[in-house]
Design a protein around this ligand. Structure first.
Ligand code: IDP
Length: 150
């Protein structure tokens, strides 16, 4: 089953949006299979954002993402990578649809509340950066039959 890496950034934590964000993915039918609450080290943040190295916002982005606790998560389910991106919205909150997380709760690109993997390759890479295989729990849920046809 498909998996994606989502992280509630320090602004999402400070703004008390943890419960609201987790509830959205739970209510959609996706399964939370791993979660940790951590202040990322600069090394970890640099690995995660390595594609942006050298860009003007890169150092500020690392300062921000290491400035406080984040909620790092792995979510599982059919189509979860693309659907989570839709639920999150565009990179710039002001360009995000109302109803999406960034569209509902954000204004500035540097305070856009949540990260979500943008492809299968990045999901696998990011899950590998943040979690060990034994920290991911692929459990059976009795609700699965009410979410999936088979
Ligand atoms: P994404 O988070 O929507 O996938 P990316 O382009 O991968 O967007 O950028 C990663 C993160 O870098 C963004 O979520 C945002 O926090 C930050 N970022 C991107 N562009 C800018 C910018 O122009 N100024 C400040 N921060 C930016």
């Amino acid at each position: 089953m498909e998996r994606t890496f989502l992280a509630i950034k320090p602004d999402g934590v400070q703004r008390k949006l943890i419960g609201e964000i987790i509830a959205r993915f739970e209510k959609k039918g996706y399964k939370l299979v791993a979660m940790k609450y951590i202040v990322p080290t600069r090394d970890l943040a640099a690995k995660h954002y390595e594609e942006h190295k050298g860009k003007g916002f890169y150092e500020g982005l690392l300062d921000f993402i290491t400035s406080g606790p984040i909620v790092a998560m792995v979510w599982q389910g059919k189509g979860v990578i693309a659907t989570a991106r839709k639920m999150i919205g565009q990179t710039k909150p002001l360009e995000s649809e109302c109803g999406s997380i960034r569209g509902d709760y954000g204004i500035e690109v540097g305070r856009n509340i949540i990260h979500g993997s943008d492809s299968l390759d990045s999901a696998e890479r990011e899950i590998g950066i943040w979690f060990k295989e034994e920290e991911i729990f692929d459990y059976e849920s009795s609700l699965d039959v009410w979410v999936y046809e088979k």
